[in-house]
Design a protein around this ligand. Structure first.
Ligand code: HCB
Length: 231
């Protein structure tokens, strides 16, 4: 039963059990479960639970690291499946993605990159702990359409603004749309720092990226399936 497998997935993250997480991901795919359902209904709730337990002092850093490892193991199975999606092709564009300076959280950002790729965007993932200058330099080099900035800490959220400032300094802010996200980020924060959009999760990020592309260029003919790639 899907509900049972979702709760086992959640438990595998809480237990920090990569082998179980891998096994369940393979089992779900073999049974025809949509990879995004496994992520959203199984593994991500596990991560949220871990975060809550950490905040209550019931889990510690090594536990959180083990959970992240289990999440990565599940994603290693689900990522290729997600990239096979693409029945509904969007307007494509070039996206530079990264996590802000001082922040090493990257699971959510990787998921955003995977789904954007699956929907025809060319994604360049800079990784985590990235300065505003690096975002701006890569956006300039690739003539990026969108820069996606992730932040998971209240202390590193403000660095999303430094990315926007770096884009302004390099003279390309008018050509690049900026979308922000991450657990502590809100729409209001996005407005406050002058970002062009906020997405609460990876599917919303795809919808937002499409909308931002429409704002930039107007609706385009969908690209052929398989045109997106992670660079
Ligand atoms: Co970390 N950590 N952590 N952590 N961590 C959080 C984020 C806390 C909320 C946990 C808590 O206290 N409740 C907390 C932050 C508190 C705060 O600032 N308010 C916290 C803390 C405190 C810390 C350390 C400071 C702990 C310490 O050292 N004492 C430390 C910070 C290190 C640093 O960055 N300098 C730390 C370290 C870690 C790791 C390394 C153990 C591990 C990260 C591993 C990795 O990513 N490589 C980790 C983890 C796993 C978490 C939690 C448990 C899960 C994060 C996650 O992967 N979520 C997190 C608790 C939580 O968030 N509830 C906890 C799942 C993904 C799918 O969701 O929100 O990241 P997401 O992404 C979504 C969404 O936001 C959106 O789409 C994604 C996909 O749906 N999105 C975007 C994200 N980016 C976007 C960009 C866009 O343009 C658009 C949409």
């Amino acid at each position: 039963m899907p509900d049972d497998i979702f709760s086992l997935m959640r438990d595998s993250i809480i237990a920090g059990a990569p082998d179980t997480a891998t096994y369940l991901a393979r089992k779900a795919i073999a049974a025809g479960t949509a990879p995004l359902d496994a992520i959203n209904n199984g593994y991500v709730p596990g991560m949220h639970d871990v975060g809550e337990q950490f905040a209550r002092g019931q889990m510690f850093l090594p536990d959180m690291m083990a959970s992240a490892e289990a999440m990565r193991a599940a994603m290693a199975v689900l990522d290729p499946e997600l990239k096979k999606l693409g029945a509904d092709r969007p307007t494509s564009g070039v996206v530079v993605l990264g996590t802000t300076k001082g922040d090493i959280h990257e699971i959510g950002k990787i998921l955003v990159g995977t789904l954007l790729t699956a929907h025809g965007f060319q994604v360049h993932d800079l990784g985590a702990d990235i300065s505003g200058e690096k975002f701006a330099a890569k956006a300039q080099e690739l003539s990026a359409d969108i820069v996606g900035v992730s932040a998971l800490l209240t202390t590193t959220m403000r660095n999303q603004k430094t990315v926007i400032e770096a884009l302004e300094r390099s003279g390309i802010r008018a050509q690049v749309k900026v979308m922000v996200g991450g657990a502590p980020v809100t729409r209001r924060w996005a407005e406050e720092i002058g970002a062009d959009g906020y997405a609460k999760d990876a599917m919303s990020a795809v919808a937002l990226a499409r909308e931002l592309m429409n704002q930039k260029t107007g609706p385009r003919t969908p690209e052929p399936i398989g045109s997106g790639k992670v660079v």
